[in-house]
Each structure stands twice: as structure tokens, then as C-alpha cells.
Design a protein around this ligand. Structure first.
Ligand code: PGA
Length: 305
């Protein structure tokens, strides 16, 4: 069936108004132009679409079918046009965001608020460790990443967002909490630690710090989840070194405490990262600006200078 959208539009108007004259006025066309469109449509369909009794017209059975078709096609065109307008204005589109595990709770808060202003966006959100993020960037599978220390080996556009201090957490009754002066590294590193897995940016930062101090940890348990580390520390399995952003609730509630030790907190930052030259949708650009603006308002809760 070789029919055009223009024919469907003219047909729909004639069917609604039940008059060639009224349809031609509504469409700002001459009546012969309307008749021509209907004639061509009938030729394409191979059947009459209107019955004429005097000045009255009504739809034939074939006309009823074409009415269903025109209503649904023209409605879809309207909807698509609306969606394209929203994409062009940055109100609609896909937001493909991946963040380091330490960023997850801050990022979900930001996304929820951004989504309130952009309810038509579709969100693809990945939480993984540093190695996972590097893989996504390498494979060009992600638009925006928020992570600590961007990898030097990839060509990236990066923008520093905010401080991400790494702190030592302990159960509140631990003897190294609440001392008058910072705990020495000698004392600290005699403790048992629960560390993040290799491939984690948190782990990398700790290893770099240990290297600069010429030290190793005496014993360590590995876990690939900040939540599991927090719970294990609270249960007394060992001390943890985690992003302060992952323990804000526990510190407020007093279920975990910080240990003040020389050299700590370890100063890290989060960065907004994307592949160099990657073209982002207007929606993704808006999200980036929103994150940059909001990051200024989020305090890490401890002195990170
Ligand atoms: P990660 O996150 O330990 O989950 O890799 C570290 C970071 O980049 O903040």
C-alpha cells in the first residue's frame, strides 16, 4: 500500500468533519486539492473510502479501517515529534552514568533530584570499582563516570568535583578511638585491617600511601563491598579504611568511630570523567552541570584540607 502521511492527514480531517468543504477550510487547502488527495488514497488502497448520499458523506468499511490506521499513525507521529522536541531541549534522553562504589550514595541522591526536574529521562546507572569503570571507558560503553583518580593511560576529559577523604573506621569501643593525639603509624599498622579488593581505587590509594611509608599491613581481610566492610568493622573483625562519604550515617549514629592517625585522612578527590571528544546529549550535559553545581554544596563532613 503506497500511501502518504499527507493523504492520511487529509483523510482524517474529512472523516472527522464529514465534509470535503469543511476539511479544506480547516486545512487551508482548496476543495479540489482535498478531493485529489482522497482520490489518490482510494487508488492506493484500491477501494472507495467514502459513501456519498447527496451532500452527506460517511465512511465505507474500507474507510473505517483507514480511519483506524490514520488515527494511530498520526498519533504516533505527534508523540514522536513531542519526544524529539524534548530531546532537543534537553528534557528527554538517556543518561548513562557509572560511578565508583564510594560515590554510589551521593550519586543516587543527585540522580533522584535531577530526575524530579527531568521525569522523561531514561537512566542507566552502573556502580562498580575503579577497574570496572576503566573498562567501561575503554570500551566506550558509558557517557559519564564519577570516580577517584582517572586513569592516565586513557584520553579523557576530567573535572575535579569534590574531596573524598579516606578515613580509618573502628567500632566505637576500640581503644584507639578518642585519644588525645593522633595514633602513630607504628601502632596503627599493628592492627588487623579489612581492605577493599585489588582493582578498587580505595585499595590503590591505601597501597600508594603504604609504599610512601615503606610499610605493609600486618594482616588483611579483603572485601569488595563498602557495606560489608562497615558491618565487619562494627562487628569487631578489624579496622577499615574507607571513603568518609560511605560512613556518614554510621558516624552520625555512633555505630562507627574514626581513628585519628598521623597521615590520615588520605586526601583523594572525585572527578567527573568522559572520553575525550565524546559528544554528549543535551540532557547529559545538563546533568554534568547539575553535579558540578551540587558538588560545591556537599561537605565531606570532616576537615579534608
Ligand atoms: P572504588 O572507588 O574503591 O570502589 O574503586 C574508589 C574511588 O574512586 O573513589
Amino acid at each position: 500500500m503506497n500511501i502518504t502521511i499527507r493523504q492520511l492527514k487529509v483523510f482524517q480531517k474529512v472523516a472527522i468533519l464529514q465534509s470535503f468543504t469543511r476539511a479544506s477550510k480547516a486545512l487551508y487547502l482548496t476543495q479540489p486539492a482535498v478531493s485529489m488527495q482522497i482520490k489518490q488514497l482510494e487508488e492506493a488502497v484500491g477501494l472507495k473510502l467514502f459513501d456519498k448520499q447527496g451532500r452527506q458523506i460517511s465512511l465505507t468499511d474500507a474507510g473505517d479501517e483507514i480511519r483506524l490506521l490514520s488515527d494511530s499513525v498520526l498519533q504516533q507521529i505527534d508523540e514522536t515529534q513531542h519526544q524529539l522536541e524534548q530531546i532537543a531541549s534537553g528534557d528527554r534522553g538517556k543518561l548513562r552514568l557509572a560511578v565508583a562504589t564510594t560515590v554510589a550514595s551521593v550519586a543516587t541522591r543527585l540522580m533522584a533530584r535531577f530526575n524530579e526536574q527531568h521525569p522523561a529521562m531514561s537512566l542507566h546507572f552502573t556502580v562498580t570499582n575503579r577497574n570496572g569503570l576503566i573498562q567501561l571507558l575503554e570500551n566506550n560503553e558509558i557517557d559519564i563516570v564519577i570516580m577517584g583518580l582517572p586513569p592516565a593511560e586513557l584520553e579523557l576529559d576530567t573535572q575535579e568535583l569534590m574531596a573524598n577523604p579516606l578515613v580509618i573506621i573502628a567500632p566505637p569501643t576500640h581503644p584507639l578511638c578518642d585519644l588525645d593525639r593522633p595514633v602513630s603509624l607504628n601502632t596503627l599498622f599493628k592492627q588487623d585491617f579489612i581492605l577493599r579488593e585489588p582493582g578498587s581505587g580505595t585499595r590503590l590509594a591505601i597501597e600508594r600511601f603504604l609504599n610512601t611509608q615503606g610499610r605493609t599491613l600486618q594482616s588483611s581481610i579483603e572485601m569488595n563491598s563498602n557495606d560489608a566492610i562497615k558491618q565487619s568493622v562494627a562487628e569487631g573483625l578489624g579496622l577499615g579504611i574507607v571513603s568518609v562519604h560511605t560512613v556518614t550515617n554510621e558516624l552520625r549514629q555512633g555505630t562507627l568511630k574514626l581513628i585519628d592517625a598521623s597521615g590520615f585522612p588520605l586526601h583523594r578527590s572525585w572527578y567527573l570523567v568522559q572520553r575525550k571528544g565524546k559528544r554528549l546529549s543535551l540532557l547529559s550535559e545538563r546533568f554534568k552541570s547539575y553535579v558540578v553545581e551540587q558538588a560545591k554544596l556537599i561537605s565531606p563532613g570532616i576537615d579534608s584540607s
